[in-house]
Write a protein that binds this ligand. Structure first.
Ligand code: GDP
Length: 296
């Protein structure tokens, strides 16, 4: 996870750690290195600029000038900025509503929606002792419905059957009713993905959103796509009241550009990281822990 970013950043900070004094001149080279490291990690350019400006302003501030080891202070500043750019604090799910609380998942094809639905179901069942039901509104790919059914069986939660002859909104309405009468706490709704965020996808999700009034509408996006992940999430969030993002395949992402860009570009928090193919591989997103991990 983020190995190349971590190596590159740590390396770029090496020259500054022993410095007894920080001046505009002697931090210039390090700032340039940090900028390069972030660009190589595929962090969105405006985010990189803001990051470097902010580190510079703080490094030349009074507090650091007066500190005993300015080099160490510089490291701390970079760490604090990393934490900040990723959203600062952990934001969990807000399911405080009259049950069943609906979680609507959207994302491009192959992003990891169906897998994430099962991971969330497992987490809510095991950690929060919730009664969970899942349903798939992906009427274009019957295999996706079967995949969700298999996963529901695997994690041991209720599954509401649907098929490709139905309309997504009719499936949603029926599933919600069933969840209500069977006293489910949470209904997780998986939706159809497309190759790009297009009008048809947005129209369908918007209709589902109106029908379900979800407690959480999460955009599931593949970390391997770097800053594009942030851009697709933004396109989606501009059209719908998105409450957060699940960043998947972080286990395979060495660069970290998506994790560092999503919050700034979309204004929405990353709530979870997908860190593997298994249903247990879902971690709540903690910017502070990740920032210190990146700087080793
Ligand atoms: P969907 O089309 O958005 O529903 O995507 P799927 O849930 O079917 O996932 C697509 C592929 O990505 C599958 O092979 C999953 O096993 C894989 N996948 C999903 N999440 C993760 C993750 O966090 N890490 C890894 N390594 N693979 C994942």
């Amino acid at each position: 996870m983020f190995e190349s970013l971590s190596d590159r950043l740590t390396q770029s900070l090496r020259s500054i750690t022993g410095k007894a004094r920080l001046t505009e001149d002697n931090i210039q080279g390090t700032l340039r290195e940090v900028r390069m490291a972030l660009l190589e990690a595929d962090v969105a350019l405006p985010v990189v600029k803001q990051f470097v400006e902010s580190v510079k302003a703080r490094a030349l501030g009074q507090e650091v000038m007066a500190s005993l080891s300015p080099g160490q202070a510089f490291l701390k500043i970079v760490q604090a900025e990393l934490e900040q750019v990723m959203g600062g604090v952990n934001e969990g799910l807000d399911l405080a509503t009259r049950p069943p609380a609906v979680i609507l998942l959207a994302g491009l094809q192959g992003a990891g929606k169906t897998t994430s639905a099962a991971k969330l179901a497992r987490l809510l069942k095991e950690r929060d002792r919730k009664k969970v039901m899942m349903v798939s509104a992906d009427v274009y790919r019957p295999a996706a419905i079967r995949q969700l059914e298999t996963l529901a069986g695997e994690v041991g939660v209720d599954f509401f059957p649907s098929d490709e002859t139905q309309k997504p909104v009719a499936i949603a309405r029926a599933a919600l009713e069933k969840a209500r009468i069977s006293f489910a706490d949470v209904l997780i709704v998986d939706t159809a993905g497309r190759l790009a965020v297009d009008e048809a996808m947005m129209a369908e999700i918007a209709e589902l959103e109106r029908e379900l009034t979800p407690a959480e509408t999460l955009f599931v996006v593949d970390a391997m796509t770097g800053q594009d992940a942030a851009n697709t999430a933004k396109a989606f969030g501009d059209a719908l009241p998105l409450t957060g993002v699940i960043l998947t395949k972080v286990d395979a992402d060495t660069r970290g550009g998506a994790a560092l860009s999503v919050r700034s570009v979309t204004g929405k928090p990353i709530k979870f990281l997908g860190v593997g193919e298994k249903t247990a591989a879902l971690d709540p997103f903690h910017p502070d822990r990740l920032a210190s991990r990146i700087l080793g």
